[in-house]
Write a protein that binds this ligand. Structure first.
Ligand SMILES: [Ca+2]
Ligand SMILES: [Ca+2]
Length: 162
């Protein structure tokens, strides 16, 4: 398969649309809002967060984020930068689900330990041992003092301020 590279045409970079740059998987890497890992659309401007690739909703104008060659055999049809392998290699999550505070792998390997290497709970999070399965080492501060226990120690109700 021929790979195409941008051709310089005066000062304007042009692309051979018949051999779309979708062949060039690596070039699709981009940073979406909140610095989340994303997928660059053909317009080379729109950056779709990884977890919205192959979610059956077209986020790129021409649906490049839902194309068959990308989504036909998940996760191996996706470029590696869009996915994160959990400690149980049977499971995977999207790259932007790593270090997002939520237990997406089911064993928190996307949030803790050597695999994920996440920063500690950010300012919008309260550090504790959560009672809920969906969290790992912190809970959102908006849950503090809401009258419901979210930390084993109850610190979300007695110490944390939203
Ligand atoms: Ca999508
Ligand atoms: Ca996560």
């Amino acid at each position: 398969m021929n790979k195409t590279h941008p051709q310089r045409n005066g000062d304007v970079a042009t692309f051979d649309s018949t051999k779309s740059f979708s062949e060039e998987r690596v070039n699709r890497f981009c940073a979406a809002s909140n610095n989340r890992t994303g997928f660059l659309c053909d317009d080379r401007v729109t950056c779709v967060p990884a977890s919205q690739v192959c979610d059956r909703v077209s986020n790129c104008r021409n649906g490049e984020d839902e194309q068959e060659k990308l989504c036909g055999d998940l996760p191996s049809s996706l470029p590696g930068y869009l996915i994160f392998r959990c400690s149980n290699p049977t499971y995977w999550v999207y790259a932007d689900q790593r270090c997002n505070g939520m237990n997406d792998c089911g064993d928190c390997s996307d949030e803790m330990g050597s695999l994920a290497a996440c920063l500690p709970c950010g300012s919008e999070w309260w550090s504790c041992s959560p009672v809920l399965y969906e969290f790992c080492s912190c809970v959102p501060r908006r849950l503090c003092r809401d009258g419901v226990q979210h930390c084993l120690s109850w610190s979300d109700e007695y110490i944390c301020r939203p």
